[in-house]
Design a protein around this ligand. Structure first.
Ligand code: BES
Ligand code: ZN
Length: 632
């Protein structure tokens, strides 16, 4: 069968299925799951063409003493009449009972065999009339959720809880079909100790929390169908500060003023993004600044971006992070990778879009520099992934039998972004912008694949122009390895002054005066372009000239510590230990600890000491990986 035929057949099957299940809860029709071979998700046990979840209603109490959320999930189901069961994903949550939510009749269920990475399938028997099921359960010990003691927060007084769903972690606390191609509307009632506030990645559904005995209950409702990895929660001593008409920030009270100052350009970014990519479709754009153990820079949870506090530099120099997470409101949250094999459609498109926002808000020079830094990062990523013929240098990557986060490399971000820049350069910015806006509109609230992206490009932009088709090398970019020959080079002038200083440094002269006037991006270019091999005397000179051990800019500090560790530079070790025990951002802690651990004689003892101290701070998804180094 051709792809088109499969698609048509599945559309017929699904519309039959929809008429069987009656009207769907939620504001809009739930997008059908794709049924092409490239949209089958190897990281989920669900069989959505037989029975799929369309709405999740959570009713949960947050128990800090037990480190569990417990309660129920009621699932609306769309099913084939012949379906005998529905299969959900699970990883560690415990079920006490499953019932038909309309009749209260118990339903049989069982956990099948699974894998370490994916967890286990939960199969629930369906009666012929079952349309809604209720699962009584409590969450897993770890997974998506991280439980922090008061001492691990900024305020030191109250405990804290947050979730990280992407890529396949929400199956530890939400019993549903955990695949990005199975979109679901959702709602939640969350009961917490009365001193705390619960926020989620959805509009609030009540003006005020409901007061109970020593508790408060918050309600949220996401009326748009979203990928389940985008359901997120944070609970803590939280306060809100508005930034603009539809933007604002949540944080612990002691963090809030600095957070709000750093984020003051947010409303302008939203306006800019709307001009570029079309209407912002999620209502509010709020952010929450999490405790330092948050494992990512940012996470694009709808209506509520989650942020690391490590982006607060005091001078707004790291706010391209906000442009990035905001851009996901189109690329990723509207048009969502159907499976993790097409992760580049989320991240590459977002990285391209991020720099378009940065260009409008901070000017073309800054944007050009960030593009150039991205190209350097792409070249390193190619090297780290087996060179130009490495299988994982493909945009559409084969993740069968592996964890989806094996695909979380700069290939997705930077090769994806370079691909879109190449198309833009060939067809012109105006035509490309029209295409991109159209792509988001045509696929809003739907899963997308690489094949769909290429088909749209051909239909809307190539339009049978054989010369253009040949110039673009579309298939080579998406399905081939390495960087195709038609890539657009970085502007050699983007960092002219810094590059001259790098050359001078190699001859022994440091840019001592110039450094003070450089931006963060210029400092990063300098530190990442220096020869990797540096003598102790050279590192001493760098440290003395620029006070690198003391820098308050975490990206600069990371670039410095990377160089220091590669050269066994002892005077940086106290700063290194402080950095690794003060925050748990995966991008920072993983490469440093790995490099230390692999350096048997010098680094490993440091790694052992630091990891013992830092481990309680790190999120389970970070410790799961670092524990494999055998340091503890
Ligand atoms: N969605 C990602 C984070 C992510 C990806 C989490 C895959 C889990 C699995 C987010 O948008 C992101 O890319 N964050 C980056 C920052 C960005 C500026 C490159 C990060 O966390 O460093
Ligand atoms: Zn991203």
């Amino acid at each position: 069968m051709t792809r088109l035929a499969i698609l048509l057949a599945s559309a017929v099957a699904l519309s039959a299925c929809q008429s069987l299940s009656g009207p769907v809860t939620g504001a809009r029709q739930i997008a059908p799951v794709l049924a092409t071979a490239d949209a089958v998700d190897p990281h989920s046990f669900a069989r959505p063409l037989e029975a799929r979840v369309t709405n999740v209603a959570l009713d949960l109490a947050v128990d800090f003493a037990a480190r569990q959320v417990a309660g129920s999930a009621t699932l609306d189901i769309q099913r084939q009449a012949s379906a005998r069961e529905i299969v959900l994903d699970s990883k560690g949550y415990q079920v006490s009972r499953v019932v038909d939510a309309d009749s209260n009749a118990p339903l049989a269920y069982n956990f099948g065999t699974g894998t370490e990475a994916l967890g286990r399938p939960l199969s629930i028997a369906l009666a012929p009339t079952t349309r809604r099921i209720r699962i009584d359960y409590r969450s897993a010990g770890d997974g998506s959720l991280q439980w922090l003691q008061p001492s691990q927060t900024a305020g030191k007084r109250q405990p804290y809880l947050f979730s990280q769903g992407q890529s396949i972690f929400n199956r530890s606390w939400i019993p549903t079909q955990d695949s990005p191609g199975i979109r679901q509307t959702w709602e939640a009632r969350i009961t917490v100790p009365e001193a705390l506030t619960a926020v989620m990645s959805a509009p609030s559904a009540s003006a005020r929390p409901l007061a109970g005995p020593g508790t408060r209950t918050f309600t949220y409702r996401m009326a748009e169908p979203v990928a389940p990895y985008l359901i997120a929660i944070a609970v803590g001593d939280l306060k809100f500060q508005p930034l603009g008409a539809r933007t604002g920030v949540w944080a612990e009270p002691v963090t809030l003023p600095a957070a709000a100052r750093e984020l003051e350009d947010t409303e302008k970014m939203v306006e800019t993004a709307e001009r570029l990519f079309g209407k912002y479709r999620w209502g509010r754009y709020d952010m929450i600044v999490l405790p330092p153990s948050f494992p990512f820079g940012g996470m694009e949870n709808p209506t509520l971006t989650f942020l690391t506090p490590t982006f607060i530099a005091g001078d707004k120099s790291l706010t391209s992070l906000i442009a990035h997470e905001l851009a996901h409101s189109w690329s990723g949250n509207l048009a969502t990778n159907a499976t993790w094999a097409d992760f580049w459609l989320n991240e590459g498109t977002t990285t391209y879009a991020e720099r378009r926002i940065v260009e409008e808000v901070y000017g073309p020079k800054v944007a050009r520099q960030q593009v150039a830094l991205g190209i350097d990062a792409l070249e390193s990523a190619i090297q780290d992934n087996g060179g130009p013929t490495g299988a994982d240098t493909r945009l559409a990557i084969d993740l069968r039998g592996r964890h989806p986060d094996d695909g979380l490399t700069d290939i997705a971000y930077e090769k994806g972004s370079a691909f879109l820049r190449m198309v833009e350069a060939n067809v012109g910015r105006q035509r490309f912008d029209t295409f991109l806006r159209g792509w988001f509109d045509r696929h809003a609230f739907q899963p997308v694949t690489s094949a769909m992206f290429l088909a749209d490009l051909r239909r809307e932009l190539v339009r049978g122009d054989a010369a253009l088709e040949q110039r673009l090398q579309l298939d080579r970019w998406v399905y081939g390895t390495g960087i195709p020959t038609n890539t657009i080079a970085a502007d050699p002038q983007a960092f002219a002054e810094v590059d001259a200083a790098v050359a001078a440094a190699a001859r022994g002269t440091l840019p001592s005066a110039a450094w003070t006037g450089w931006t963060t991006d210029e400092r990063l270019r300098f530190l990442t372009r220096l020869p990797r091999k540096q003598s102790p005397a050279q590192l001493d000179a760098l440290e003395r000239s620029f006070g690198l051990n003391e820098t308050g800019n975490n990206e600069v500090l990371f670039a410095w510590l990377t160089l220091a560790v590669a050269n066994r530079y002892q005077p940086a070790v106290p700063a290194l230990e402080r950095f690794l025990t003060a925050q748990g951002r995966r991008k920072f802690v993983r490469p440093l600890i790995k490099t230390l651990a692999e350096d048997r004689s010098w680094g490993r003892p440091i790694a052992v000491r630091v990891y013992r101290q830092a481990r309680p701070l790190y999120h389970p998804l970070v410790t799961a990986e670092l524990d494999k180094l055998g340091l503890n």
